[in-house]
Design a protein around this ligand. Structure first.
Ligand code: ARG
Length: 604
């Protein structure tokens, strides 16, 4: 059958979006399979990336075997290879597809077209690296970081902060409407004792704001009194009640304490370049009061030993009202989920906490469904759990003396170690003091974030500065160096960004050499990697991807010259197509880095 431009499925290019190859192949094969086997409803469309052997093509369609099984159950025997052949015959020509062949027992190997690759990558120079299309623009609320006031912000909160920030950046990039919420623990019973202690230590706190430099110590002092002094304990309880009924004097004391914590948290967010809106548990007080009344009236609450509980679908209920009439973490989450879905009008909720809270969220979602708040046909909810952070001794991450590690100390340690690393590489001899400081921060914060994100979040991970500062393997240090090297190639040939843009109008990106084409195909996969992460919210896919980009680039660079110099070091020839490929690589990496929170520097 002759292929003409008219019969060829050439989609109009959307300048704001990059195409997902997997989507195109899936659509093409869905239609082909439906046309070839109209008697099967909902036939399986299985598309996968081929292995590393180029003989098997770039992608595969593996639907023939499951289809043969379906026919077998219907009493018809068809060889999978014949099914594969019939699918191929029904594939509408598409500019993306170069060649198709049936292999082995019925796999279809799909070879993608260089011509398509050239055109697709060229759009990067015209419009930049863009996200793939999304079927719906969601309003997503991401609840992350969420430390507790006056208590330690620990490595678990750091993990939540890092993962949450990256998820927000990804979803924003894809074009969703993202609301970043810091659900701080600012309303618990700890405030009773903190306020009572504040009143004793700083009696005129309402006129003269005390400076509590060490809130942790202050917390410990009040906790000791709470545990030992009955009279104090009574006053602490009375203080919570007063606070929760918004008594102005108690509210003032509470604000003072929250402010101290808030400033500490903010230092961490600033250093890690994290943006968040604080909306703590206290925000929901009046909403908790009303939802409890509603639930009670509708008969959802059961009495249990003086408490009021509600069952979702699990084996433990939520405690909605304590026996002393107070509210709990559960109550605030029930009130918050309603607020988020109906007042914020979010249709996608994401909660980033340690995996230990998985049951809590499962029960929360179950209850929200039972009440009729959550409807999974229109809402998506995800608990993004993560494993614990371990020390190098594989035990819970603690200081030598067994205390929880202060996050600011940890970041400082990172800075110190990053500087040592740069000095070891003698970078202090070539960089200006400003450049060195920039590189130090980039490496320190980059390595902490990247070590976290590059591990599958579902597993626990060992926090090791030695490992994260290694310049070999899948680490931030390796990637940041690789990136600076890639950027320097065009710079050394005197190509500015504008000049490259001009160049792209007259020259084509070069994909002829085997290693060029290999790199080009990796770059073309970027949209698919992002779409995959929207499904499971696992950022390590992106880390694996940027690492693959960097290593494939170095394979290309080792085999293909971009700039030829003579013996005196003068440039005699520049391969423009390869300069373009190099720049496209840098742009894709840059976008990936942004999502991962890595800040590359131009010199390091
Ligand atoms: N403050 C809680 C903690 O430290 C995390 C809150 C997470 N968000 C939520 N809506 N429950 O464990």
């Amino acid at each position: 059958r002759a292929i003409t431009a008219q019969s060829m499925n050439v989609q109009p290019r959307d300048e704001t979006r990059m195409q997902s190859i997997t989507d195109i192949i899936t659509d093409t094969f869905s239609s082909a399979i439906a046309a070839a086997f109209p008697d099967i409803t909902d036939p399986p469309v299985v598309i996968a990336l081929s292995g590393s052997n180029p003989k098997f093509g770039d992608y595969q369609c593996n639907s023939a075997m499951p289809l043969a099984n379906i026919y077998k159950q219907l009493g018809k025997r068809i060889a999978p290879r014949d099914i594969g052949q019939k699918i191929i015959e029904n594939v509408q020509p598409h500019e993306l597809i170069e060649k198709l062949e049936v292999a082995g027992p019925g796999f279809i190997n799909i070879f993608i077209s260089k011509n398509y690759g050239t055109k697709s990558l060229a759009t990067i120079f015209e419009y930049g690296v863009r996200p793939p299309s999304i079927s719906k623009r969601h309003r997503v609320l991401v609840d992350f970081s969420s430390p507790n006031i006056a208590k330690e912000m620990h490595v678990g909160h750091l993990r939540s902060t890092i993962i949450g920030e990256s998820i927000c950046r990804l979803l924003e990039y894809l074009g969703h409407n993202v609301i970043r919420i810091n659900h701080v623990g600012d309303w618990g019973t700890q405030f009773g004792m903190l306020i009572a202690h504040l009143k004793d230590k700083f009696p005129n706190y309402s006129v003269e704001s005390p400076t509590i430099s060490d809130l942790q110590a202050f917390y410990k002092e009040s906790k000791n009194r709470f545990d030992e002094d009955e009279e104090f304990k009574k006053r602490a309880y009375a203080s919570v009640v007063k606070l929760q009924s918004f008594d102005p004097e108690h509210k003032k004391a509470w604000e003072l304490i929250c402010d101290v914590s808030r400033k500490e948290f903010q230092k961490i967010y600033d250093r890690l370049d994290v943006r968040l809106t604080e909306r703590g548990e206290s925000f929901y007080q009046t909403r908790m009061e009303s939802i409890v009344k509603e639930l009670d009236a509708a008969g959802f609450l059961e009495l249990d030993d003086g408490r009021k509980v509600m069952w979702g679908d699990g084996t433990i209920p939520m405690t909605i009202v304590k026996s002393d009439g107070g509210f709990t973490y559960d109550t605030s989450d029930i009130a918050a989920i309603k607020h988020r879905l109906y007042e914020e009008k979010a249709d996608w909720l994401i909660y980033v906490t340690d995996a230990g809270q998985a049951t809590h969220f499962q029960i929360l979602f179950g209850c929200a469904k039972r009440i009729g708040l959550l409807d999974e046909r229109i809402h998506r909810v995800d608990h993004v759990g993560f494993g614990v952070v371990l020390g190098e001794d594989k035990k819970k991450f603690k200081t030598r003396s067994g205390d929880t590690i202060r996050l600011l100390d940890l970041l400082d340690e990172g800075l110190k170690r990053a500087l040592e690393k740069l000095k070891e590489k003698e970078r202090d001899k070539v960089l200006t003091p400003e450049e060195l400081k920039e590189a130090q921060e980039s490496v320190a914060y980059g390595c902490i974030k990247y070590a976290d994100l590059s591990h599958n979040r579902n597993h626990e991970y060992v926090f090791s500065f030695d490992k994260m500062l290694d310049d070999k393997g899948n680490t931030a240090v390796y990637l940041l160096y690789a990136f600076t090297r890639i950027k320097s190639i065009a710079r050394n040939a005197n190509f500015t960004a504008e000049k490259i843009k001009e160049l792209s109008k007259t020259h084509q990106i070069s994909l002829e050499h085997e290693k060029e084409w290999k790199l080009g195909k990796v770059l073309l996969r970027f949209p698919d990697v992002l779409l995959k992460i929207t499904r499971d919210l696992c950022l390590h896919h992106l880390c694996e991807y940027v690492y693959e980009v960097a290593t494939t680039f170095s394979e290309f660079y080792d085999n293909c010259y971009c700039i030829e110099k003579d013996s005196s070091g003068d440039i005699v020839r520049v391969n423009y197509g390869r300069i373009l490929l190099t720049e496209a690589t840098a742009l894709v990496l840059e976008q990936g880095f942004y999502i991962l929170g890595l800040k590359p520097v131009s010199k390091m």
